[in-house]
Design a binder for this molecule. Structure first.
Ligand code: NAD
Length: 291
């Protein structure tokens, strides 16, 4: 089945990026959220990001106008049901996601493929609560979506080959690259990346280095474009902690225990860039290390 229309549920950081790249590649996109404000903000941000791509000569004015013309927003879940492919990109809470798939169910066509952009929740478990586990899979974009090349495609235990192939064709049409992952906690990228960040926090906790020296060491010593603590602030420390907990619970191995210092920062509400403070303090002109 060829995918022509895409419904995106959740218009936050990820949902607006997904709508942006889908529309730019020619798909008709319906973007849904429970908050009108989130839809308005998403459309404003997509417009701003497309304008930036025009000014950098990455896309033409016609591409920009075409993409914006292909995106519509709606708070009505029924309007999403008519899509060939649905990508759920709402808040990372399992109950929220189950409820979304439940309320979509009466409006879906039998052939519609359902996917989730979840960073960590079991695809098989999400699929098992829908009427179509064989047409359900993980479609995991990286942040920021318009910039990052990779999409992880995650098959649940029941996902059929046609569903996988249809999603792979979408990734190819976006000009992105797919990595195929099996449905185990945190899939591939976060399984490797988040424990590395957690280890960097242990290095800080044990006083092996301070924030600046740890980030500089990994940038210059391992050629990483960002230091691990700087990256943790970008991802969000609450998200990093949630993923460590998923790994710890799901794999039952003590090597995945979250660093107590990471927990402490989250308890303080120091969640990184989004709260202006994490391993760095972003309230001034320049980020200042907090340890
Ligand atoms: P976000 O908080 O920026 O946005 C979530 C949006 O979902 C909000 O606008 C919220 O109003 C909306 N929402 C909540 N309940 C809803 C419902 N019932 N129906 C419709 N919309 C609803 O979150 P985000 O960072 O965009 O993350 C979204 C998903 O993408 C999560 O599953 C997350 O794990 C995953 N993800 C995040 C990143 C990242 O770096 N932020 C990377 C890859 C995947």
């Amino acid at each position: 089945m060829e995918i022509k229309s895409v419904g995106v549920v959740g218009a936050g950081q990820m949902g607006n990026g997904i709508a942006h790249v889908m529309a730019l590649s020619g798909y008709n996109v319906r973007l849904n959220d429970v908050r009108q404000e989130a839809l308005d903000d998403a459309l404003a941000l997509i417009t701003k990001n497309l304008d930036r791509q025009v000014s950098r000569e990455k896309i033409s004015q016609t591409d920009r106008d075409g993409a914006l013309g292909r995106i519509s927003t709606t708070m009505d879940m029924a309007a999403i049901g008519d899509s060939d492919l649905v990508i759920e990109a709402a808040t990372e809470r399992e109950e929220v996601k189950h409820k979304i798939f439940e309320s979509l169910a009466p409006h879906l066509r039998p052939e519609t493929i359902l996917t989730s952009n979840t960073s960590s929740i079991s695809i098989t478990r999400l699929a098992s609560r829908t009427d179509r586990p064989e047409k359900f899979m993980g479609f995991h974009f990286m942040n920021p979506v318009p910039v990052m090349q990779l999409v992880e495609l995650i098959r649940g235990i029941a996902t059929d080959v046609d569903t996988y192939d249809a999603c792979l064709a979408v990734v190819n049409k976006l000009g992105k690259t797919a990595a195929s992952a099996e449905d185990f906690p945190a899939f591939i990228v976060n399984r490797v990346l988040i424990p590395m960040i957690n280890e960097a926090v242990y290095t800080l906790y044990e006083g092996v280095g301070n924030v600046k020296s740890i980030d500089m060491a990994m940038k210059l010593g391992a050629n990483h474009p960002m230091g691990p603590l700087e990256l943790a602030d970008f991802i969000g420390l609450d998200t990093c902690l949630a993923i460590m907990n998923v790994l710890h619970d799901g794999l039952a191995d003590t090597k995945y225990r979250p660093c107590p210092l990471l927990t402490k920062y989250v308890e303080a509400g120091w969640l990184g860039r989004k709260t202006q403070r994490g391993f760095y303090d972003y309230r001034g002109e320049e980020p200042v290390p907090t340890r």
